[in-house]
Design a protein around this ligand. Structure first.
Ligand SMILES: C[S@@+](CC[C@H](N)C(=O)[O-])C[C@H]1O[C@@H](n2cnc3c(N)ncnc32)[C@H](O)[C@@H]1O
Length: 247
């Protein structure tokens, strides 16, 4: 049930929608070992803060490489499935209000479009300001996010097939609002057992808009790549990995 006065898309919405299938559906959404190797570029034995840590898909290989990883996540169901190690732990918090000391981290990581789960510009700005506060001077905020395509009225309302097998189908229905820079979606799972809805909502931003928000938070763009392997960004890049330095 959605509480009166709420649109139902609170900070825990994404996690509560996907926790039970996250590892099955998204284990290979990106190369977790390449993410760990990317973080390793910044030096050994770092204190890493991962925002929206989820089940620990990225935190595990980063901790295995010798860093200490603290993860935050707003979803109880995701945190219940978090699997850590003696160098990684996860705590419940909204990534726009971080329960960490000033300057406690060398690196803050927000990967897999997770920043866009904050579906207002003000929420994303608050998250960047909190990331800056959590970083030591010279520390790095690394954001992995999609690069939004040009507005296209034919793509504003879509239903696509995510998966299909003999006893179930998963459809993805989306509405894109270009003025608000938001996409609202439902993954609709239909089987003999019934229908399961998995709602989500994001606010996308261009790399240039992220740079502007970061600038306002005391973070300066250092580098930008097309992926965790460090390939250069081109006009066709679907994703960007941006590295901001705390100034
Ligand atoms: C796309 S998943 C990414 C999980 C993990 N980082 C990975 O790459 O596999 C996004 C995660 O962010 C969490 N999340 C979404 N909004 C959040 C918020 N406002 N504060 C903290 N966590 C949030 C979700 O619960 C979910 O675990």
């Amino acid at each position: 049930m959605v509480p009166p006065g709420s649109d139902g898309f609170g900070p825990d919405r994404y996690g509560e929608s996907f926790a039970d299938v996250y590892d099955d559906w998204y284990d290979d959404v990106s190369d977790a070992h390449a993410t760990a190797a990317f973080v390793e570029r910044f030096g050994p034995s770092q204190r890493v803060l991962e925002l929206g840590v989820g089940t620990g898909r990225l935190a595990r290989p980063i901790a295995d490489a010798g860093h200490v990883v603290v993860g935050v996540d707003a979803s109880v169901s995701m945190l219940e499935r978090f699997s850590g190690s003696d160098r990684s732990l996860a705590v419940g918090a909204d990534m726009a209000v971080l329960p960490v000391r000033d300057g406690a981290f060398d690196t803050v990581l927000v990967a897999t479009n997770t920043l866009f789960n904050l579906h207002t510009e003000a929420g994303q700005a608050a998250c960047l300001a909190e990331s800056r506060r959590a970083l030591r001077l010279g520390g790095r905020l690394v954001i992995e996010a999609m690069v939004p395509g040009e507005p296209d009225p034919h793509l504003d309302r879509l239903v696509t097939t995510r998966s299909i097998d003999v006893d179930s189908v998963v459809l993805t229905a989306t509405i894109r609002d270009d003025a608000a820079q938001q996409i609202t979606g439902q993954h609709i799972q239909i089987s003999e057992a019934g229908t399961r809805l998995r709602p989500w909502k994001i606010r996308y931003a261009t790399p240039e808009q992220l740079d502007e928000l970061a600038d306002g938070a005391g973070l300066r763009l250092g580098d930008r790549f097309a992926n965790w392997q460090g390939d250069p960004v081109t006009a066709d890049s679907a994703n960007a990995v941006s590295v901001y330095i705390a100034i």
